[in-house]
Design a protein around this ligand. Structure first.
Ligand SMILES: [Zn+2]
Length: 593
């Protein structure tokens, strides 16, 4: 029985590079989860893309003297490069700057309008006569009316951290220094008061599997009685235009259209498969399970606002007008990762950047460490000394050395042919039963998105295999009792072959390598690749995943005696302890006060 699993992953914003806090918050957990479900035989669709619109990108383009298009494309290319290197197996990682996404976003806007879930409201907004346009809050500066910091941004004060109403700033000015005046402007609002009963019903039942740190704040929002309306359009030209006459110069607000990307990317993926209806298996089948991997700062957008958009769209795209779009089944949002005792700050360069760190370390040690410290229930900490220690004491000592010792021994004494075991002793059978029992236990933890615990459970089984090798006869008896040694080595090879699968969602590169060392010719997983897609006069690059050759199965090893193993090399390398000090020095010298 194969389940449909949608793995929706947060959309990185195209105005900054990605650091380890972003990776551990959403992208890596999503990939581990997707890889597990593929091994378990489920139908996985993992989608995301670059969030290309909004004012932070136009602000950056202005500062660099370039176009928003150029800014978004530069970061998008870097995201693709990083995700490929890190082994993130998106079925489609696209962008919001596609005709397809424009169309789907406009369709949802129109559906909400038709069903009476939008209202119009006039508000006062800063207008720059010299520039002949309304200015977004990010373009306004002035004195904070709370703490009186003189250079507060229109949307937020960097000094006291409060969110601000730009119309209340003291002595407001545009970032370009031009004069401002308040003028009325009309916008569309999502009618959240009208949608609130449906949202309360959605969040009120069947959520026992949600994390407490996600459910409690989400319920609070819909039960507080404060949900009224939220603007879904703004005065801006870099974004998706409204599908209405007379609204030139206004766009869909980026918070509103970026979440629609989960749906539009699924539709784009189906088009690329040449099966344009295929996305419906994940969006209309009520048995499909849709998971949203995000950081905790995004919870209201995914647990309240996106469900509101889906509910209000009613039976969009269903030709029989019978079925509703699936609401999020689970939102396993992570807390934050801190760095060496301080909050990560990209703008101050207090960060470990994904592309940079992969210049010096392989992806699997990075994935291993990030999973080991994943902030699933509370904030956690990246410490370079801990990175080195876990690499050496856990990844290398517990797992890499186990594999290396047993494979080397097989090559030295049986010329790389898996020895026949004869009758297994109870010691051997006990180990295999213990390791094989891991498939149910680790699988259950992965299903519940308890990834840290799932990794720990797998590592405990590698440790049990090491303990077994201390007790069972092998190198000490190779000249006196070759049959006993053969039994031990066969048992250890089977355990390693099973552990390879248990660890594969976390460590896909080394699992694939080991899979080859164990004499398999088809890969465990499919292959990721970057493609270019054309849509009329537009084109965009995207990351895709071809599952054609994937042969991995979430099941115990059947490794047979007599199989010839190709030559092998160590899976991981040990790090010198000085590495930690070097990295901390590098971090401190790069940071800006
Ligand atoms: Zn302030």
């Amino acid at each position: 029985m194969s389940d449909n699993i949608l793995v929706s992953v947060a959309w990185p914003y195209a105005n900054a590079d990605i650091h380890v806090g972003n990776i551990v918050g959403a992208y890596l957990p999503a990939d581990i989860f997707a890889r597990y479900h593929r091994l378990a035989g489920n139908r996985v669709l993992m989608v995301s893309g670059t969030d290309a619109h909004g004012t932070p990108i136009t602000v950056r383009a202005d500062a660099e003297g370039t176009s928003p298009q150029a800014v978004y494309q530069r970061f998008h290319q870097r995201f693709l490069e990083l995700f490929l290197k890190l082994g993130l197996s998106y079925d489609l990682f696209t962008t919001t700057h596609t005709h397809n996404h424009f169309r789907v976003s406009q369709d949802i806007f129109s559906a909400l309008l038709d069903h009476g879930y939008l209202f119009r409201q006039e508000e006062a907004q800063w207008y720059a006569p010299a520039e002949n346009r309304f200015l977004p809050d990010r373009y306004i500066e002035g004195e904070c009316y709370i703490c009186h910091y003189p250079n507060a941004r229109g949307d937020q004060c960097d000094n006291c951290g409060n969110l601000l109403d730009s119309t209340q700033l003291i002595r407001p000015r545009s970032r370009r220094g031009t004069a401002l005046e308040l003028r009325p402007t009309e916008h569309f609002y999502l009618d959240l008061a009208k949608l609130n009963p449906a949202l309360r019903a959605y969040l009120g039942r069947g959520k026992d599997h949600w994390r407490a740190n996600v459910l409690a704040p989400s319920r609070h929002i819909v039960e507080s009685g404060e949900l009224r309306g939220r603007a879904i359009t703004r005065d801006l030209d870099w974004g998706i235009p409204l599908p209405l006459e007379g609204w030139q110069g206004k766009c869909l607000y980026v918070w509103f259209e970026a979440v629609i990307g989960y749906l539009s990317a699924s539709i784009e993926w189906a088009d690329h498969q040449g099966r344009p209806q295929a996305w419906k298996d994940w969006w209309y089948d009520p048995a499909a399970r849709t998971y949203y991997f995000i950081g905790k700062d995004n919870i209201p957008f995914h647990a309240v606002l996106w469900p509101a958009q889906l509910i209000g769209s009613e039976r969009l795209y269903d030709e029989d007008r019978q079925r509703r779009l699936n609401l999020p089944y689970d939102i396993p949002a992570n807390e934050f990762l801190n760095l060496e005792g301080r909050k990560i700050s990209g703008s101050r360069n207090w960060a470990v950047w994904g592309l940079d760190v992969l210049e010096r370390y392989d992806p699997d040690p990075l994935r291993f460490y990030l999973t080991a410290v994943m902030p699933e229930a509370r904030d956690s900490e990246w410490e370079w000394a801990d990175f080195v220690r876990r690499n050496n004491d856990e990844l290398v000592a517990t797992w890499g050395n186990l594999v290396n010792r047993v494979l080397s021994f097989t090559h030295r004494h049986w010329q790389g042919v898996v020895p026949g075991p004869g009758d297994l002793a109870s010691l051997d059978r006990d180990l295999l039963a213990q390791v094989e029992g891991g498939f149910a236990r680790v699988g259950a933890l992965l299903e519940q998105v308890h990834l840290r615990e799932a990794l720990n459970e797998s590592l405990a089984l590698a440790r049990a295999t090491n303990v077994y090798l201390e007790r069972a006869p092998w190198y000490g008896v190779i000249t006196t009792d070759r049959e006993a040694a053969a039994r031990t080595v066969f048992t250890a090879l089977r355990a390693i072959d099973s552990l390879k699968i248990l660890l594969a969602p976390f460590l896909p590169f080394s699992a694939e390598k080991l899979h080859g060392f164990l004499g398999y010719d088809k890969p465990l997983f499919g292959r990721s690749r970057i493609e270019t897609y054309a849509e009329g006069d537009w084109q965009h690059t995207a990351l895709g995943y071809d599952p054609a050759l994937a042969s991995g199965r979430w099941a115990p090893s059947n490794l047979e005696p007599g199989r010839r193993l190709p030559p092998s090399t160590p899976l991981f390398r040990k790090l010198e302890p000085e590495v930690a000090e070097e990295e901390v020095r590098r971090l401190e010298s790069a940071t800006r006060a």
